[in-house]
Write a protein that binds this ligand. Structure first.
Ligand SMILES: Cc1cc2nc3c(=O)[nH]c(=O)nc-3n(C[C@H](O)[C@H](O)[C@H](O)COP(=O)(O)OP(=O)(O)OC[C@H]3O[C@@H](n4cnc5c(N)ncnc54)[C@H](O)[C@@H]3O)c2cc1C
Length: 315
């Protein structure tokens, strides 16, 4: 069943925990299920990798619970979800292939200076975004203004337009159009660390290069990964780290955005292959770390060729 990711980016000015709402379900339109952008999971493509059940059990023993419907995009991502990838029949879909820009006037190399905002006529109504002004002073008006300048630049653009925390705007002599203290305060980023594991028994078939690794054609329909696991980190250590950074005095720590709610801090994926075709850090059957230069280059060439044949064009 294809799943639609909501393609529209809207002004996200609320605190992020409102988006990490465990009660949000696809039925409440967090995301749809019948649009042109396809999302593939191991289940939707019939991919069951050798350690699927054992990994789920290991996470459970570490108090990581499965998310409802194993869906990491239905509210709160913290927990165990199936890996979801934008793919159709194994191939990535370019946005332009499903949303053609026919009839759309696209301006390239054009910097938006600020959003044009019409002040409300009455005190009870909100100001309305009516257009944008570019860096060279041109103005474009529109019925609906969507700010989609990325995680860093969208809050910047809002603040340049007078939407944001008044103490910051006042300090920069930007007239406050709409006071919103949350703008720019809720970036949630996650770490990525790569670890390579040498297998105790490479013949068991738990690595892509092992001769006994299952050779199922459906494995070509996505990355060799079962689960996307998102975890928080212990609040005590985090509070100490924030205090050490002297970002906030200890007395106001509980209001720090990182401490206020459950946050996605780490994403964990167990991949059945050393991921870099060009420079594999481990032999693809998981048996050893390459050490000797000649041995290493022979294996690298062979394994890299095999990886590229199977997955390379699909990344
Ligand atoms: C290293 C890295 C790895 C990632 N890996 C993944 C992944 O594996 N899977 C995944 O789902 N997501 C991944 N992401 C996240 C994903 O890339 C973003 O969530 C996504 O690109 C956000 O799309 P967007 O359209 O909101 O913003 P962006 O793609 O950031 O687009 C914003 C655009 O606005 C333009 N812009 C900014 N300011 C202005 C201005 N004032 N005027 C005009 N234009 C402006 C920028 O130049 C940019 O082109 C990754 C991100 C990074 C950085």
């Amino acid at each position: 069943m294809p799943t639609l990711i909501n393609g529209q980016t809207t002004l996200a000015t609320n605190a992020i925990q409102e988006y990490h709402d465990a009660n949000v379900t696809p039925e409440r339109h967090e995301h749809g299920s019948n649009g042109p952008v396809y999302v593939a999971t191991p289940s939707s493509t019939g991919r069951r990798y050798p350690l699927r059940e054992k990994l789920a059990q290991a996470w459970k023993e570490n108090n990581v619970e499965p998310l409802r419907g194993l869906d990491g995009n239905a509210g709160c991502p913290v927990g165990l979800a199936e890996l979801a990838e934008n793919r159709r029949r194994g191939l990535r879909q370019l946005a332009s292939s499903v949303y053609p820009l026919d009839g759309v006037h696209v301006l390239t190399n054009t910097l938006v200076k600020h959003i044009l905002i019409e002040e409300s006529a009455t005190t009870s109504s909100q100001p309305t975004a009516v257009g944008i002004e570019t860096a060279n002073g041109e103005q474009y008006l529109g019925g609906e203004i969507i700010a989609a300048a990325g995680s860093y630049r969208t809050p910047q653009l809002l603040m340049l337009s007078g939407i944001g925390p008044s103490e910051i705007l006042n300090g920069l002599d930007i007239p406050v159009v709409l006071e919103n203290p949350e703008v720019g305060r809720n970036l949630s980023d996650h770490l990525q660390l790569t670890q390579y594991w040498r297998l105790k028994d490479p013949s068991a078939g738990y690595a892509f290069g092992s001769p006994s690794f299952p050779n199922h054609p459906e494995y070509a329909l996505g990355l060799p990964v079962d689960w996307m696991v998102t975890t928080d980190i212990p609040k005590n250590g985090l509070a100490e780290a924030i205090a050490a950074d002297r970002e906030q005095p200890a007395s106001s720590q509980s209001s720090h955005p990182l401490l206020r709610s459950e946050r996605s801090v780490m994403e964990h994926l167990v991949v059945y292959v050393a991921a870099s075709a060009a420079d594999p850090a481990i032999v693809h059957d998981g048996s050893a770390f390459p050490r000797h230069r000649d041995w290493q280059s022979t294996h690298r060439r062979r394994d890299a060729a095999r990886w590229v044949r199977t997955y390379g064009a699909r990344l």
